[in-house]
Design a protein. Structure first.
Length: 581
């Protein structure tokens, strides 16, 4: 038996051209691929891509070691050292540049989908960086391997690797991955790209391969362009048709106290908290002891921070251009207050509200930064995690900055919009974590402590101010912990699902006791109709209240809230809130 095996190994090893091909087309490319996975497992930030290359690298390393051992066993048992001759291992052609389009197609998709935060330079920069990234694996390294390995094999391995990295964020969104993905799906994508490209090329269908890749790139890019809704980005509206602006006209306010708008992301009223199994009544009682009026039945017409707060600061359902125009300082509210001698301030936990638009507050924190690096990091992570931009400012910096602003004396009245990133919503991957509510509760405790420090500092230094404590939308803790979209039928949407997405929190500390004549508030977007009615001591300004109907119905599978009543779903025809006054 062993004699026969020895003759077999000597037969194989005597075919020196076969040994040469095994080394150049299998062993060397596999060794290079192993280096890709191992090196990127150390270089990539923690996320889906890092977990993918770490897991895959382990398997590829074991396979590579096994094949090397088998090969050397063949050589040793055959007692022949094969002469590795220099053979033609394939040269590059101009058509090979088409291969770059496959890994770049997802990158172009991300760029087109984020035009609201990317400048033309940012878009070019992201595309340029990933063009170099892709070219490194598809062209440069295969060329360098020409002497010892197969250019073509290395090229197609590099193509599959680069596409896996750049396309991972799209897969994460499709399959609701958070921090790690499904290795079976990931390896299926990697293997599919490798095998299809390799077989088409070696079956002399190179032109078909190039055509398919070019067609994929073009159709993907064009479909993203056609799917974009640029209606919200129009700049032909300047806000002069705003009802609040019209009602104010040339009048001057009767009183000009400073106004502090303190927003805690995804903070909701206690009725909603109780439905999660959390009792936050003690925090509301704390605010009431400080003379805050609680408005427990308010909700937002929008379901995200920008869509809610830009409309709050425009006192309108319109954005009047870029959706971030209002939150970045150029809203109707800030501009009116500036005209009345107010100094405006925006202080945020990250640069999320200033992406793609330069803030226009008299003072803002943090300073404006490019969104290109944020997008680059998201693609390398392999997921568009909503917290991705929070690392550019430490929490200590943010807390110190806002406390200093709250304590600072000023001869002019101040308008300060502060937006904290606590307690914040779910991770928004499209699937709830097993302990999603527990995580939210932990963050809520931190938000409550932060809130207490904020209001106590303001009241101590500016006791006659209007202090507004608000939550901008719900924490997304029910169903799939994201927009229900097509995942759930409207018949499955409950009262809690609507509260969980459109519910808000609102508490106001008014300087005087006559506020009840002016605080007619249904949705959070009515807030500044009430504030300006108080400043002008004029109830007619309440006529600027918007229609209290929720927008973005895909958030809850088509269900809506109109004037506090639910339309569609399990509790259609009933009130959004069952308690509170």
């Amino acid at each position: 038996m062993f004699a026969n095996s020895g003759r077999f190994f000597r037969f194989i090893s005597n075919k020196d051209w076969k040994a040469d091909l095994v080394v150049s087309r299998v062993l060397v490319p596999l060794g290079v691929l192993t280096l890709y996975f191992i090196s990127f497992s150390r270089l990539l930030p923690v996320g889906v891509n890092k977990v993918f290359v770490t897991r895959s690298g382990t398997y590829v390393l074991l396979i590579t070691i096994f094949l090397y051992l088998v090969f050397f066993a063949f050589i040793k048992l055959g007692r022949v050292k094969p002469p590795f001759r220099k053979t033609s291992r394939g040269s590059l052609s101009a058509g090979d540049l088409t291969l770059l389009l496959l890994p770049l197609a997802p990158v172009v998709q991300y760029i087109l989908n984020n035009q609201d935060i990317l400048s033309p330079f940012d878009s070019f920069y992201v595309l340029f960086v990933f063009a170099l990234f892709v070219a490194l694996f598809v062209l440069l390294i295969p060329i360098l391997l020409t002497i010892v390995g197969s250019t073509r094999t290395a090229m197609f391995l590099g193509l599959a690797f680069a596409f896996s990295i750049t396309n991972m964020a799209a897969l994460s969104r499709q399959f609701a991955w958070f921090e790690e993905g499904d290795l079976k799906i990931q390896l299926a994508v990697f293997s599919g790209v490798l095998l299809v490209s390799w077989f088409l090329f070696h079956l002399n269908y190179q032109k078909l391969l190039y055509l398919l890749i070019a067609a994929y790139f073009l159709t993907n890019s064009v479909s993203q362009l056609l799917a974009r809704d640029d209606g919200s980005l129009t700049t032909d509206l300047d806000g002069t048709d705003n009802k609040l602006v019209t009602l104010i006209g040339s009048k001057e306010p009767a009183v000009t106290p400073s106004v502090y708008l303190l927003v805690y992301d995804a903070y909701v009223a206690n009725e909603t908290m109780l439905a999660y199994g959390i009792d936050n009544r003690s925090q509301e009682q704390y605010l009431e002891k400080l003379d805050f009026q609680i408005y427990p039945r308010t909700y937002s017409v929008g379901g995200t921070s920008v869509s809610t707060m830009s409309r709050v600061l425009n006192a309108s359902v319109d954005f009047y251009g870029n959706p971030r125009k209002g939150v970045s300082g150029d809203g109707t509210v800030q501009n009116l207050l500036k005209g009345f001698g107010y100094k405006t301030y925006g202080v945020f936990a990250s640069d999320h509200f200033g992406r793609g638009i330069v803030p226009s507050y008299d003072y803002s924190f943090p300073s404006y930064s490019s969104s290109a690096n944020t997008l680059l990091k998201a693609i390398l992570l392999g997921e568009f995690r909503f917290t991705i931009a929070f690392d550019n400012v430490s929490r200590e910096q943010f807390i110190l900055e806002k406390i200093n602003l709250f304590s600072e004396e000023s001869e002019d009245p101040k308008f300060i919009y502060m937006h904290s990133n606590f307690p914040t919503h779910s991770q928004n991957s499209g699937a709830c974590l097993p302990n999603e509510v527990e995580f939210f509760n932990e963050r809520l405790l931190r938000a409550n402590l932060e809130m207490r420090q904020d209001v106590e500092t303001i009241i101590e230094n500016d006791p006659e101010a209007i202090v507004i404590v608000a939550g901008d939308h719900g924490p997304y803790l029910t169903k799939n912990c994201s927009s229900t979209g097509d995942s759930y039928d409207i018949s499955e949407i409950s009262r809690l699902d609507l509260q969980d997405r459109f519910g808000t929190f609102l508490a106001i500390r008014w300087p005087t006791e006559d506020f009840e004549k002016f605080d007619d508030i249904t949705v959070l977007q009515d807030l500044f109709s009430a504030v300006f009615a108080y400043l002008f001591q004029d109830q007619r300004l309440l006529e600027s209240k918007i229609e209290p109907a929720t927008l973005e119905e895909e958030t809850v599978s088509g269900a809506a809230v109109v004037d506090g009543m639910i339309e569609g779903g399990v509790h259609s025809g009933e009130s959004l809130f069952t308690g509170g006054k």
